[in-house]
Design a protein around this ligand. Structure first.
Ligand code: SF4
Length: 444
């Protein structure tokens, strides 16, 4: 490394949207401290790898990324690697001995020390910091990497639900809401920078406010966010099924800025499994919640996540889940095969083999495919609002999303016309193919 020049860094963000927000904050802290961001790790003096450690597949991806980046040390022995995020937090006692290529380690409560960490490792000192992962959420500015038209808005950290299969509460600490005024201030700033869609995220947004204000405050927060000029869409991710009250349903139904798209991970529908997994509420309560939401919110798109092969799932319980899915016709669903996570109660419970869990997950996706296709086809011949994102030179299409599409996990809308990036357009849909809608800009 040439020390006379500004040291360069590459930030690799793995895992979920909540991790991405931390990455954007580290990007801010490092650039403020004078380091220059580059996109290729090979062009940098050091890499920051913000990891996910949620399930086995995510851990393998994180370890592979660290090992791949460490190859840069062959030609540049001064190259440094800093590892942050869930993997480092979860394995703080062993990660450095397992992966001695790492030069700096930060836990989820310490990512705010990134500049100090960079300074230490660049001067040849190993740096490690693991502060309280349940401390109040740090209010750190960030450099937006999404958009230009949308951004994640994190409203809380951690989780208090302790589902038996999930390691998140042990990694990311107890549930801590951000203060409402800080969230609003951040949202106003995002709107000033051209953001039109706020994607409200946390492990569980329904619980927002209960720790800080002693009561549920998500409805109030949504109302205040929708008052911000320039914000056109508010999308809600990760609502816990038993925390819906009528005030929240009414707010979602009546507020024109709230996307009629709700992400409610249910994991399973069988009572015995839900209980064993420490999920509150029964299968029938989930069924009646979905029914009520569909009745009260016309055009509602439901997204959920499911786990196949959970402890206690035999053929009968699996069939119950499949028959629920056939009836509920959920428009968007993701399914994971059960992954026994060390340290969680579910890992010690009897469950089917990995292959069987994968087979069941595949069967669920096969069952869901025509439901999702029918839903996409239902847009053909209609004119819908689309938030435009970018012009794709290769295909000649402007690419955007409808209210039914959350970034990175759902589909897109490709259309012809003269709409510019980062604006809302009316698009007449002519066909649907592989989850993508195609159309032409409609006259307004
Ligand atoms: S609600 Fe359950 S599954 Fe979701 S993060 Fe919390 S503990 Fe994990």
């Amino acid at each position: 490394m040439n020390t006379e020049m500004t040291p360069k860094f590459a930030l690799i963000s793995l895992g979920c949207a909540k991790n991405l927000v931390n990455s954007e904050q580290m990007l801010y802290l490092l650039t403020e401290a004078g380091y220059e961001p580059v996109s290729e790790p090979g062009d940098a003096d050091f890499a920051v790898i913000n990891t996910c450690g949620f399930i086995d597949a995510a851990k393998s991806e994180a370890i592979d990324t660290i090992l791949e980046t460490a190859k840069l040390k062959i030609n540049d022995p001064d190259y440094k690697i800093i590892v942050t995020g869930c993997l480092s937090e979860r394995y703080k006692d062993s990660i450095h001995s397992e992966l001695p290529e790492i030069d700096g380690l930060l836990g989820v409560g310490s990512f705010g020390n990134i500049a100090e960490c960079a300074e230490a490792v660049l001067s040849g000192r190993f740096y490690s910091s693991f502060e309280n992962s349940s401390a109040p959420v740090d209010e750190i500015p960030r450099v937006l990497t999404t958009g230009p038209s949308w951004a994640y808005l994190r409203i809380a950290e951690g989780c208090d639900n302790f589902c038996s299969f999930c390691a998140i509460p042990y990694i990311r600490g107890r549930y801590r809401s951000r203060k409402m005024e800080n969230i609003i201030e951040e949202a106003e700033d995002l709107a000033d920078h051209g953001v039109k869609e706020l994607i409200v995220i946390a492990q569980d947004i329904t619980r927002y406010g209960t720790d800080l204000y002693g009561r549920h405050k998500l409805s109030e927060l949504i109302r205040k966010l929708s008052d911000i000029p320039g914000i056109g869409w508010i999308r809600l991710h990760y609502l816990y099924p038993d925390q819906f009250d009528d005030e929240l349903i009414e707010e979602i139904a009546s507020n024109p800025k709230v996307c009629k798209y709700l992400d409610i991970p249910i994991q399973h529908i069988n009572n015995g499994i839900l209980k064993r997994m420490n999920r509150r509420g029964s299968g029938d309560e989930i069924r009646s919640l979905f029914k009520k939401l569909r009745e009260r919110i016309p055009g509602l798109v439901l997204r959920t996540s499911l786990i196949a092969g959970l402890p206690g799932e035999g053929e009968t319980e699996f069939e119950e889940l499949c028959s629920f899915l056939r009836e509920a016709r959920i428009e968007r669903a993701g399914v994971f095969p059960f992954s026994p996570e060390e340290g969680t109660p579910a890992a010690a419970m009897e469950h089917c083999s990995e292959d069987e869990a994968r087979r069941r997950a595949d069967l669920i996706m096969q069952l869901q495919a025509p439901i999702m296709d029918d839903f996409c086809n239902s847009f053909t011949g209609k004119t819908i609002d689309v938030l435009t994102e970018f012009y794709d030179e290769e295909s000649g299409y402007m690419v955007g999303r409808s209210y039914a599409d959350s970034p990175d996990i759902d589909g897109e809308v490709c259309f012809t016309g003269s709409a510019s990036e980062g604006t809302f357009a009316k698009v007449y849909i002519t066909k649907a193919e592989d989850g993508i809608l195609y159309g032409e800009e409609a006259e307004t």
